[in-house]
Write a protein that binds this ligand. Structure first.
Ligand SMILES: C[S@@+](CC[C@H](N)C(=O)[O-])C[C@H]1O[C@@H](n2cnc3c(N)ncnc32)[C@H](O)[C@@H]1O
Length: 278
């Protein structure tokens, strides 16, 4: 298990999108980092499929509104957390394993002046550093694929939620078992571990004490999004190769190409789960 966590950290320590790169893009586009608004970051800081609409889908289903206390599991650079604070007036605590992501989230949150409503703290979602019954909603965008013990993570969500509080998250699912070679590739290139089919995942959520409200299969949407992203990525990669500059990390590229195939073949996919703590 320690190994599983290490792999996710290694993957995200080397991730091509960082706070530094986002700031460099903003500098190039605006010529300065003065008066950067949260909306200026949103095209760059969302590390999940479906962008801001995917956050709206979670926010609406988790009934997030002004003053809602929200925990964002696996918060990354804090993109969804800042969006929920800015758009819905929520008070959001992100839990994030990778120290570089925690530092990057703090930098970006400070840059747009949302520090009074957003904090991303270093922690593991399998042992969440928040008190019992301290939030009204737990959200997570496409990240539990990295977490080896999802049952423990779901119990942690249940523990920190108040009664009547909601859990809404998206994650990878495996509609059919992966071949050993594909499982190894997803692990080596994308730090994906212990994937479930939708029915088993739903049972896991219920077993943590939740009442299920809705489960949506997002696989068809993801297949479309991924096709477009892959062709953009390939174009960029072609340009950097032609320019003789670093082309990014190959284990990731190889597994990403295979991931897109697996999703378009309906073997892997995505799902959104919404549940309430009774
Ligand atoms: C695909 S990114 C998603 C980030 C964010 N949810 C977003 O949509 O922008 C997954 C994140 O999960 C974090 N992570 C992986 N395992 C974790 C764990 N056990 N506890 C907390 N965070 C974890 C990674 O460091 C990474 O930042």
């Amino acid at each position: 298990m320690a190994n599983d966590i290490r792999s996710a950290i290694d993957f995200y320590e080397r991730h091509p999108i960082s706070a530094g790169i986002i700031k460099a893009k903003l500098m190039a586009a605006r010529g300065s980092l003065e008066n950067v608004a949260p909306g200026d970051l949103f095209p760059h800081d969302q590390d999940h499929y479906g962008g801001l609409a995917a956050n709206d889908a979670l926010a609406e289903r988790a009934q997030i509104g002004p003053g809602s206390r929200v925990a964002d599991f696996c918060a990354g650079l804090g993109g969804p957390a800042r969006y929920l604070a800015h758009r819905y007036g929520a008070d959001v605590t992100g839990i994030e394993l990778t120290p570089a992501r925690v530092r990057g989230a703090a930098e970006l949150t400070r840059l747009v002046g949302l520090g009074h409503r957003v904090r991303v703290i270093e922690g593991n979602v399998m042992a969440v550093p928040l008190p019992d019954e301290s939030v009204e909603a737990v959200v997570s965008q496409e990240a539990l694929l990295h977490v080896p013990d999802k049952a423990r993570t779901l119990s942690e969500a249940h523990r920190i939620l108040r009664r009547g509080g909601r859990l809404a998250f998206s994650d990878w699912v495996a509609h059919r078992p992966l071949s050993p070679a594909d499982a190894e590739l997803m692990w080596a290139g994308m730090a994906a571990t212990n994937l479930y089919d939708i029915a088993s995942y739903t049972k896991l959520v219920a077993a943590a004490g939740f009442t299920i409200i809705a489960v949506d299969d997002l696989t068809t949407d993801w297949a479309e999004i991924l096709k477009v992203r892959l062709s953009m990525y390939q174009k960029l990669r072609g340009e950097t190769l032609a320019a003789g500059t670093a082309s990014g990390h190959d284990a990731f590229y190889e597994s990403y190409v295979r991931f897109v195939e697996l999703v378009s073949d309906g073997i892997l996919g995505g799902a959104r789960f919404v549940a309430v703590k009774p």
